[in-house]
Design a protein around this ligand. Structure first.
Ligand code: F6P
Length: 359
């Protein structure tokens, strides 16, 4: 009997189930006498031995289902070496569960933090195969993460809906898109939705340049404008401050619910334009995976199963130039794939007249 553990970790996204289905179906097809153990709520299930023995039927009918049939939770990497409230050593406990269940390998579907933990477990001697999950598309080593394209569709749809009401009322609208550190989702949804201004964490904005771009549109007779703003968009002023200075500034200034509201207030003050803010929030992680993600998930799942069949461990499955491949976990763990402000996509966006608030 070959017994394989599986868990989904960190913030959820579309196509987690589709990916697990891809792994499971391929394993059942390619490997004789295999059993899959599903851990509940991510690494927590591995720590506290909360699991279920999965049946092949558990993986049927879930290709299009959002969320994760195993549940997930955030277990910050930084806290992994810190004992829990009962003094439990989390890393030792995960190793113990793995050994007690006589697992041959653990399949981890996770984003950045989860890949770091996967790498640590691999270095601790566990056999790991991981898969790149996140709507942020910020994992180094892969062109695409599953979940990203589905989230782009949701965020784009939000911008599309805003377009009609913005046009009717002649207002400035800000759509705040998820992504604290990395702006891929905002960049793609902004382009797909025809946003006039896109603000990303990687390109600190100057509010005066943002207002100038809005005034220019207004003078050109445009009745409305749409900004796609990442959750982590930051002004030049703030980007130039130390963490301590930022903390001090926050103490003494108005507290806004999120960055979009702050930018909205500044625009209204400076230009007198009527501004509204829309935050699609976790809708971006919900609902069915799009067809691109279903395909990617199925392909990645199959390759993960092949790695397990061939006992090739310590890798994350990736897609490069439309080929599904593997990269050592030690190479990807802890590395963010951010938007390069000089990349061609940004240049092309600027060519069609989109402002990033930087020039
Ligand atoms: O990493 C995925 C993500 O959706 C980010 O885009 C977002 O900033 C964050 O998770 C939100 O986290 P939570 O669901 O814990 O509020």
């Amino acid at each position: 009997m070959r017994r394989i553990g599986m868990l989904t970790s960190g913030g959820d996204c579309q196509a987690l189930n589709a990916t697990m289905r891809g792994v499971a179906k391929s394993l059942y097809n390619m490997v004789d006498d295999v059993e899959i153990i599903g851990f509940e709520d991510g690494y927590k299930g591995l720590m506290y031995a909360d699991y279920q023995v999965m049946k092949p039927s558990d993986f049927s009918g879930i290709l299009t289902q959002g969320g994760t049939i195993l549940g997930t939770s955030r277990q910050p990497f930084k806290q992994m070496r810190v004992p829990d409230e009962n003094g439990l050593d989390k890393v030792e406990s995960m190793k113990h569960t793995y050994k007690k269940l006589k697992l041959e390998c653990l399949v981890v579907l996770g984003g950045n933090g989860s890949q770091k933990t996967a790498n640590m477990l691999s270095q601790e001697g566990l056999n790991i195969v991981s898969l790149p999950k996140t709507i942020d598309n910020d994992l180094w080593g892969t062109d695409m993460t599953f979940g990203f394209q589905s989230a782009v569709d949701v965020a784009t749809n939000a911008i599309d809906c805003i377009h009609t009401t913005a046009a009717s009322h002649g207002r400035v609208f800000i759509v705040e898109v998820m992504g604290h550190k990395v702006g891929w989702l905002t960049l793609y949804a902004g382009l797909a939705g025809g946003a006039d201004i896109i603000l990303l964490p990687e390109i600190p904005y100057d509010i005066n340049l943002v207002c100038e771009a809005l005034m220019k549109r207004s003078k050109a007779g445009k009745r409305f404008s749409i900004l796609a703003v990442a959750e982590g968009a930051i002004s030049r002023e703030d980007a130039g401050m130390t963490k301590k200075e930022l903390k001090e500034k926050k103490k003494s200034s108005v507290i806004y619910p999120s960055v979009a509201y702050e930018i909205g207030a500044r625009i209204q003050e400076t230009t007198g334009m009527e501004v509204r803010v829309t935050v699609p929030g976790h809708m971006q992680r919900g609902g069915e995976p799009c067809s691109y993600d279903r395909v990617l998930a199925t392909r990645m799942g199959a390759v993960a199963a092949r790695l397990i069949r061939d006992k090739e461990y310590g890798y994350m499955v990736v897609v490069k130039n439309n080929n599904i491949n593997k990269v050592p976990l030690s190479e990807v763990a802890g590395k963010l794939k951010t938007v390069d402000p000089q990349c061609s996509m940004i240049q092309e966006a600027k060519m069609v007249g989109i402002s990033f608030g930087d020039e």
